[in-house]
Design a protein around this ligand. Structure first.
Ligand code: ATP
Ligand code: MG
Length: 139
């Protein structure tokens, strides 16, 4: 059953380049309600686990190093059809292929350092959100 929730991270590049405000503005303008949010940092082990599905890919080491190199903004977002609508808002993984008006088109520099994460399923959104936020931190 759809939960109407997704999980996002503003990745280390987005934070380093000063885009927290711009990205959050696009998210709220698109109609997402912030359920939970914090500035935090993934350890190497956290990043390895988060992107475990890509462990066999040639970019995995680089991805883990990137995702753990500095602070991220973690957030749970709510909206009808949240998973699909948020994936549309962030745009294609490769910013060169991202549509106009998407977060990655505006803020991502490369396929590796692409500014934001968006969950790909209700199941993963619940797992990823629960990793960062206790029940009492979800509003
Ligand atoms: P995310 O899961 O972070 O929201 P995504 O679902 O758009 O991104 P995935 O296929 O899940 O894309 O890849 C996870 C992340 O791995 C990408 O966001 C990107 O940071 C990195 N990545 C994916 N493909 C490549 C690649 N070919 N070269 C370098 N990094 C890549
Ligand atoms: Mg993904």
């Amino acid at each position: 059953m759809a939960t109407n929730r997704t999980f996002t991270m503003i990745k280390p590049d987005g934070v380093e380049n000063g885009h927290i405000g711009g990205i959050l503005n696009m998210i709220t303008e698109a109609g997402f309600r912030i359920v939970s949010m914090k500035l935090t940092q993934l350890t190497v082990a956290d990043a390895q686990k988060f992107y475990e599905v890509h462990a066999a890919r040639p970019f995995y080491g680089e991805l883990v190093e990137f995702m753990s190199r500095g602070p991220i903004v973690a957030a749970i977002l709510e909206k009808e059809n949240a998973i699909e609508d948020f994936r549309t808002l962030i745009g294609a993984t490769n910013p060169a292929e991202a549509a106009e008006g998407t977060i990655r088109k505006k803020y991502a520099k490369s396929i590796g350092e692409n500014a934001v994460h968006g969950s790909d399923s209700d199941e993963n959104a619940a797992i990823e959100g629960a990793f960062h936020f206790a029940g009492r931190e979800q509003f």
